[in-house]
Design a protein around this ligand. Structure first.
Ligand code: GDP
Ligand code: MG
Length: 673
């Protein structure tokens, strides 16, 4: 499997850069009857002696063996000293000073650098759950082997298929083992190594039968024929190996593992492989190149490589997408500043135009979550301000008593013949004054909105501003300053609008009611009510006669019907007084409506002219005037730490992605076999 290691390592780099999940190589699971040589086959694949092997039932719990590739010790030590690049930064080294080592899930913190100890630990752990008398357990032992010589790959060693219970084994041992095996090999991402000894009939192979159950098409089953050296004299496995007995799509590979004697005499794996090669040459010369443990390893590598190639297009797409994203981000950060004056001018101009566009509603980034900019100003004018004015009662806060008192005060010592005009003026001015407060509030609201647009522009549209926090703050300051300067001017103007109305009550206004007409109409109405309405009069008299009711609490019945407000309890109005009140009220109402309409019209115009349009027109020159100064440039254009750093990071990422892309292309084009 050595050939795959560099490929996987380079891919690993790609995965690390693009943050994709590592390609899941298929798990390799060995299946076969007891003592068929499963553990032996696995060992030769890993290239190390560490599994308990032997006659009878030795493997009694599943062993999930995770191989983890690590860089060689000397490179690791370099990295720890701070030199060199840590290629395997994703793996947590427990600070191990060994070239190869193992750890178990059941005793995580213990490092096994000696493979004999690993074998002993497997035996001990097996006995812990399964007793020491041939009992089995479906609970896997998890072992990780870290080594520079392995692939990131998971292998699973399973107890062999057995039929007759021995020792402490339960009656249904066969069913139990089968279930355990099936639970592993039914995983579609698992490659089945069906191990069958050459000295028993292939047609009776339990391994092949189980494999067929879960993989009927044979797409992930490889047949390993072991013990070629143990066949009866005069027989050979040629027919079987050629696939003439039972064909197996992925291949049939014959191997010779170490015999029990070899194990007892501690024959090394290297010696065993050399002898295996010699044996095959002697007995199966035509097949020598397509058998052996080494060939098995190669075949597995090829299968894994195919799997990797299948995964590459998806990885490639991901790299391409990421490249595009990072490219866009890099562009967003802008180039490092070369010409400071030009950069500043450009940013300031962009901000000013974004600001104006937001007001005009032509901004590139249109908010959808809430009204903003010009639309909100429009809302303030017509909804907030307009409605507030409309809701003001022309006669609000003005009681009849107030009116009467005003009339009397205005006539002085003479009893008046006519309703005095002076009282009308006095009272109507009092009502007009009430328009000032909502008008000033309107200015305030628009001012607030203009302030908000600054935030909107600096965070949404002018991305470049984020690069230069100093410049950002200064721009905000200048615009805020400009707005603040315009606020009192606009307020004064609005205040003046109301003052102008107060300055001259134009009773000749074409829309204003003629006082004489009003007076006449009120008189005639009352006369009508008195003459033609006997019933009304009678009722009125009757009511008048009720003594206490009217005095204690002014009730509706006592209110004279054409007056809205209740008559003060302490005093009744004379008919003339009622008439005068009515006249004044009608006049105030009529005049107030004229003024209100005019204010409702002129306040927005004033705000637009003195505040909004002024700011729009002078923003750019104000910004340039205050910020475009040679000694300031350097300071304003200091990039934020974040931007400078992010630009570097993004550039590095892009470089890494480019490299990743090359690696993928290379792997896709390599024809290893
Ligand atoms: P498992 O029960 O399937 O895991 O089988 P093991 O790997 O434990 O092997 C069972 C026994 O068969 C051991 O004593 C091995 O030495 C022996 N054995 C396995 N493969 C071969 C082989 O190819 N040739 C010979 N001569 N003995 C083998
Ligand atoms: Mg075994």
């Amino acid at each position: 499997m050595d050939t795959l290691i560099p490929t996987i390592n380079r891919l690993q780099e790609v995965f690390l850069t693009v943050g994709a999940d590592v390609i899941q190589l298929p798990q390799i699971v060995v299946v076969g009857s007891q003592s068929s040589g499963k553990s032996s086959v696995l060992e030769s694949l890993v290239g190390r002696d560490f599994l308990p092997r032997g006659s009878g039932i030795v493997t009694r719990r599943p062993l999930v063996l995770q191989l983890v590739h690590v860089v060689p010790l000397q490179d690791r030590l370099k990295t720890e000293n701070g030199n060199g690049v840590n290629q395997n930064a994703h793996i947590n080294y427990p600070g191990v000073k060994a070239e190869e080592w193992g750890t178990f899930l059941h005793c995580k913190n213990q490092i096994f650098a000696d493979f004999q100890e690993i074998r002993q630990e497997i035996i001990t752990e097996t006995e812990r759950t399964s007793g020491d008398n041939k009992g089995i357990s479906p609970e896997p032992i998890y072992l990780k082997i870290f080594s520079p010589k392995v692939l990131n790959l998971t292998l699973v060693d399973l107890p062999g298929i057995t039929k007759v219970p021995v020792g402490e084994q339960p009656e249904d041992i066969e069913a139990q083992v089968q279930e355990m095996i099936l639970s592993f090999i039914s995983n579609p991402n698992c490659l089945i190594l069906a191990v069958s000894p050459a000295n028993s009939d292939l047609a009776t192979s339990d391994a092949l039968k189980l494999a067929r159950d879960v993989d009927p098409d044979g797409r992930r089953t490889l047949l390993v024929v072991s013990k070629l050296d143990l066949m009866d004299a005069g027989t050979d496995a040629l027919e079987v190996l050629l696939g003439r007995v039972i064909p197996v799509k992925l291949g049939i590979i014959g191997v010779v593992n170490r015999s029990q004697h070899d194990i007892n005499t501690h024959k090394s794996l290297e010696d065993s492989m050399r002898d295996e090669q010699a044996f095959l040459q002697r007995h199966y010369p035509s097949l020598a190149s397509r058998a052996s443990s080494r060939y098995l390893a190669k075949t597995l590598s090829r299968l894994l490589m195919h799997h990797i190639r299948d995964c590459l297009p998806q990885l490639k797409t991901r790299v391409t997408v990421l490249s595009a994203q990072y490219q866009a981000r890099l562009k967003g950060y802008g180039q490092p500043v070369e010409d400071q004056s030009a950069t500043l001018l450009q940013i300031v101009t962009k901000f000013a135009s974004d600001y104006c566009h937001t007001i005009e509603g032509t901004a590139r980034y249109i908010q959808t979550s809430e009204l903003c900019g010009g639309a909100r100003i429009c809302y303030i004018f017509h909804e907030t301000f307009g409605r507030t004015l409309q809701s003001i009662d022309p006669l609000g806060g003005l009681s009849e008593l107030d009116i009467l008192t005003a009339i009397r005060n205005a006539t002085g010592p003479r009893p008046a013949l006519f309703v005095p005009e002076v009282s009308f003026e006095l009272l109507v001015k009092r009502q007009i004054k009430r328009l000032e407060e909502p008008s000033l509030r309107c200015v305030e609201l628009v001012h607030e909105e203009l302030q908000r647009i600054i935030q909107h522009c600096s965070s949404y549209s002018t991305q470049e501003l984020l690069r230069f926090p100093k410049l950002h703050d200064s721009i905000v300051e200048v615009v805020t300053g400009l707005l603040r300067k315009r606020l009192p001017i606009t307020n004064d103007m609005v205040h003046n609008l109301v003052s102008i109305e107060l300055a001259y009550i134009n009773t000749k206004h074409p829309d204003f009611m003629d006082a004489a007409q009003v007076s006449a109409s009120v008189n005639s109405q009352q006369a009508e009510a008195t003459d033609g309405g006997k019933r009304w009069k009678n009722e009125k008299v009757a009511e008048d006669r009720i003594p206490a009711a009217g005095f204690g609490s002014p009730s509706k019945g006592q209110a004279i019907n054409f007056l809205d407000t209740a008559v003060p309890a302490s005093r009744k109005l004379s008919a003339k007084e009622q008439r005068d009140c009515e006249v004044i009220q009608r006049l105030i109402n009529s005049y107030f409506l004229i003024v209100r309409q005019s204010i409702q019209d002129s306040v927005p115009k004033t705000v637009m002219h003195f505040l909004v349009n002024f700011v729009k027109e002078h923003l750019q020159s104000e910004l340039v005037g205050q910020l475009y100064k040679q000694p300031l440039l350097q300071e304003l254009l200091i990039e934020s730490q974040d931007t400078a750093q992010q630009r570097t990071e993004v550039a590095q990422m892009l470089e890494a992605l480019k490299k990743a892309n090359n690696i993928i292309s290379e792997i896709r084009e390599t024809h290893l076999w």
